[in-house]
Write a protein that binds this ligand. Structure first.
Ligand code: CP3
Length: 354
């Protein structure tokens, strides 16, 4: 009865409400699968120039919202702006992914700028957040984000994308002193970066640990859980009203220990996580809001499987606070029409369900 609830649906679920249909947004919802993104991207000399041009980063962030009824916008930026802001050379090679100048010893570590340098060096990113905060429709939440220290460290050790992560895994094992100092430095930088986004107007934060699953279980505590715990605790103290979503990708049953040790509000699930297990072990028993976890390939393939898999996720999470998302980012091969179809499926499954 009375006036409709105008609070942002994403924030309501992060505060513990169950909504049907659940709020939805997609990792990498802005990007190359949208022709209007490519049109702007092609005009820029480099991807980082796009990230550092607030008016264009704003437009690109808003593009998916102009097509689809999403409940959140995620700042258009990249996890590698943090090392870049610390003074590391970063580039993106077409078809190959990121190239990063390596930081493999104490000397290179000492050459990094202090974490506070981000405030000045990444000022255009925070300016984009400010523009977004005033441009977004009232019901749409604004998500700020950062890469997690281990994932950032792995790029600094490898110099780019990697199959085996040999350098990073070896550094984590052998050079405890150096590697520990590197991860601690990155942890401070991530805190500075996330806090600046909240101050600029972000409603929600997300921490991407894309390569968490590469570490053996015995090392996860030190390099994945502890940094996330430090970050979640620091942010929780300063901004208790801003929920944090953690995405320690590929850690499987390790999500239990992660959920126990890291005081984040929500966990984003990759496609390998069984739905019924996540509901019981992570949501019911450990109180985490869950986000995910449709296979991005289901969104490329479409067809009956897209509807079946979407419905299975909705059914499994219908009675817990759930944010619908993919298990990883939208693939460039995705047709925007399939994204529209996904949103239609979600809409049709809503209402009546509770
Ligand atoms: O829409 C959004 O999700 C917001 C923007 C965003 C980007 N990257 C834009 C981007 C976000 C949240 C990221 C996070 C990111 N970046 C992660 C964590 C999430 C994950 O995917 O695991 C990681 C590991 C990166 C590092 C990165 N950036 C890689 C490996 C690549 C190359 C691969 C690729 O898709 O090109 C990038 C480049 C990148 N980041 C692009 C975009 C839109 C493509 C660059 C281009 O347009 O030329």
């Amino acid at each position: 009865m009375g006036t409709p609830d105008t609070r942002k649906r994403l924030l309501r679920v992060l505060a513990g409400e169950v909504l049907a249909p659940p709020p939805v947004w997609l990792m990498r919802q802005a990007g190359r699968y949208l022709p209007e993104y490519r049109e702007i991207r092609d005009r820029m000399p480099s991807f980082l120039d796009l990230c550092y041009t607030p008016e264009l980063a704003l437009r690109v962030t808003l593009q998916p919202l102009e097509r689809f009824a999403l409940d959140a916008a995620i700042l258009f930026s990249d996890i590698l702006v943090v090392p870049h802001g610390l003074g590391v050379e970063v580039g993106f090679v077409e078809g190959e992914g990121p190239r990063v100048a390596t930081v493999r010893d104490e000397r290179a570590l000492r050459a990094l700028r202090p974490p506070e340098a981000l405030l000045e060096r990444l000022a255009p990113v925070y300016q984009t957040v400010r523009l977004l905060a005033s441009a977004l429709p009232a019901g749409v939440a604004l998500i700020g984000f950062s890469g997690a220290p281990w994932t950032l460290a792995s790029y600094l050790l490898e110099g780019g994308a990697s199959k085996e992560f040999l350098e990073a895994r070896r550094a984590a094992r052998e050079a405890e002193g150096f590697f520990s100092a590197l991860v601690d430095r990155l942890t401070q930088a991530v805190c500075v970066h996330l806090e600046a986004q909240v101050e600029a107007g972000a409603d929600v934060l997300m921490l991407f640990d894309s390569w968490a699953g590469v570490l053996p279980e015995s090392e996860r505590r030190r390099w994945v859980e502890e940094p996330a715990r430090t970050i979640a605790t620091a942010l929780g103290r300063r901004f208790p009203h801003v929920p944090l979503i953690c995405f320690p990708r590929g850690i499987g049953a390790g999500l239990l220990a992660f959920a126990e040790r890291v005081p984040c509000r929500a966990l984003s699930l990759d496609t390998s996580v069984p739905l019924a297990w996540a509901r019981e072990a992570l949501a019911r028993e450990r109180g985490k809001v869950l986000q995910g976890n449709l296979d991005p390939v289901a969104l490329v393939a479409g067809g009956a499987a897209l509807e079946r898999e979407t419905r299975a996720i909705l059914a499994a999470f219908r009675d817990i606070p759930h944010i619908f998302n993919l298990g990883h980012g939208v693939l460039p091969e995705t047709s925007p029409a399939q994204v529209a179809r996904l949103l239609e499926i979600l809409q049709n499954c809503g209402g009546g369900a509770m």
